[in-house]
Write a protein that binds this ligand. Structure first.
Ligand SMILES: [Ca+2]
Ligand SMILES: [Ca+2]
Length: 326
């Protein structure tokens, strides 16, 4: 974890309620009451705060408390949200029994959120797999298990909802080394399609029909942003142009965040070999005005190819609205 988040957590751990002034107590109560009015669909206060004498031990995790989520929190939440969470945590230390995220996310409520933790695919959030003409016997599709979602041989995760507002999409990704020949050229490829209808070709290799595609090539390693419109693919930008290398080791969780304000697409990424160089500064940024029919989001991996299966794991998908730039 970063020094910053450690300092933040230490600050929370050492908090003593009696240090609060009456004015701050009143403000916290007011904010919490306002947050309650928005409805709570999140973990209980105990997920964030457990009390122990005068000190408050905080188990910090947005949706499960895993180490990766802690690091994710430290690197990617905005300063404003962090401040909001601090106040929420302080407030909950005073007023127990109120869902912490009710208030904490008042500032930034997600439009969509799935932690894939109940081993049941949520058909309210996600579309069924596109119908395709199968060429192979191998499994193809998605499976929610073991607290993440598995994409297998062109498995598609497509939002039911369309997002016409400016958005930030974040999720965790880990790909599995399954190639029987251990040929790096046949490593997985992960694609995130924004502004898509979610339709895919029924024929191998079952590519998505349209959208703004952010593509992570493990074998490069590099990343591209492409536009697919009217059957034409145009590369809008590539990390190769900047001479960037993106080592993406197998079986390691990577954090990806993509923002689309309607004009500009920015991609941020954290990984064990990439470090935090691109958590605040975009790894790649392109301009692409709105001209697409659909506004679903699709995340999918590589197809079964040349006797080689492909598998990627996805976790903690969150879509938030962000301010429009224009
Ligand atoms: Ca589920
Ligand atoms: Ca999970």
């Amino acid at each position: 974890m970063t020094d910053e988040i450690e300092k933040f957590e230490e600050e929370l751990r050492s908090f003593r309620p009696r240090d609060l002034s009456d004015a701050v107590r009143k403000r916290i109560r007011d904010e919490l009451a306002a947050g309650e009015a928005t409805g709570d669909q999140s973990p209980s206060a105990n997920d964030l705060v457990g009390t122990s004498g005068q000190r408050h031990e905080l188990g910090f995790g947005l949706a499960g408390g895993a180490q990766t989520q802690r690091a994710w929190f430290g690197r990617f939440v905005s300063t404003r949200l962090r401040r909001a969470l601090t106040i929420a945590a302080l407030g909950l230390a005073l007023l127990t029994g109120i869902g912490w995220t009710t208030w904490a996310f008042l500032y930034d409520p997600p439009l969509l959120q799935d932690d894939f933790n109940d081993r049941s695919f949520d058909a309210n959030l996600w579309m069924p797999q596109p119908e395709v003409d199968r060429r192979f016997k191998e499994p193809m599709g998605v499976s929610e298990r073991n607290r993440y979602l598995k994409l297998v041989n062109r498995g598609f995760l497509i939002t039911r909802r369309e997002f016409r507002e400016s958005i930030s999409l974040s999720f965790d990704w880990s790909w599995s080394e399954l190639s029987p020949m251990l040929d790096p050229l046949y490593a997985d490829i992960l694609t995130v399609a924004l502004r898509t209808t979610g339709n895919a070709s029924p024929r191998h290799p079952y590519e998505i029909s349209d959208g703004l595609l952010v593509v992570f090539y493990v074998w490069g390693p590099f990343m591209q942003i492409r536009q697919r419109l009217d059957g034409q693919d145009t590369v809008l930008g590539s990390t190769e142009d900047a001479g960037l290398k993106l080592p993406i080791p197998a079986d390691e969780w990577h954090k990806i965040r993509i923002t689309d304000d309607g004009e500009t697409i920015s991609v941020y990424m954290y990984g064990p070999e990439i470090g935090d160089r691109f958590t605040e500064k975009p790894l790649l940024q392109v301009r692409c005005p709105q001209k697409f029919e659909g506004h679903h989001i699709a995340i999918y991996n590589r197809e079964f190819l040349n006797e080689t299966p492909h598998e990627s794991l996805i976790d903690n998908v969150v879509v938030r609205a962000i301010p429009r730039k224009h």
